[in-house]
Design a protein around this ligand. Structure first.
Ligand SMILES: [Zn+2]
Length: 135
């Protein structure tokens, strides 16, 4: 009767040691705030007035509501934005007389404090205004 001598205890100790090392090293790495993973509640700045806003993953550069409300068309007429209907859709009207701002509804270009911006429907309804990409 012979016993087959496994050596389970020594390998288990080794596994435990490496298993302990890894979480510690990962915690140290994630302590640096340069990663993009994680769902931390952070803030972002309005690109016009630099007001602090809740961070938006999809719209990291959108204007705050106050700046968006100052949007005018390229001729300087104040604009109001709305969704076309339940299913969304972007629509701009002139604030002064409520008529459709057809060109803005079509090309989405508005001016806020002299800065070209892009107005469009928000993914979840409502309107989002962001600086227009340089063309
Ligand atoms: Zn702002």
């Amino acid at each position: 009767m012979t016993f087959a001598p496994f050596a389970p205890s020594s390998t288990q100790v080794g596994d435990n040691l490496t298993g302990l090392l890894h979480p510690a090293r990962r915690a140290a790495a994630s302590g640096r705030r340069d990663g993009r993973e994680g769902m931390d509640v952070t803030t972002q700045q309005c690109p016009i007035c630099h007001a602090e806003l809740p961070a938006s993953e999809r719209y990291p550069d959108h204007l705050c509501a106050e700046c968006a409300a100052r949007a005018v068309d390229t001729a300087g007429r104040p604009l109001t934005f709305s969704n076309v209907g339940f299913s969304g859709g972007f629509r701009a009207v002139f604030t002064d007389d409520g008529t459709d701002a057809d060109r803005v509804s079509r090309d989405h270009i508005v001016i806020v404090d002299g800065i070209r911006c892009w107005a469009d429907e928000h993914r979840f309804g409502g309107i989002v205004v962001r600086p227009a990409p340089e063309s």
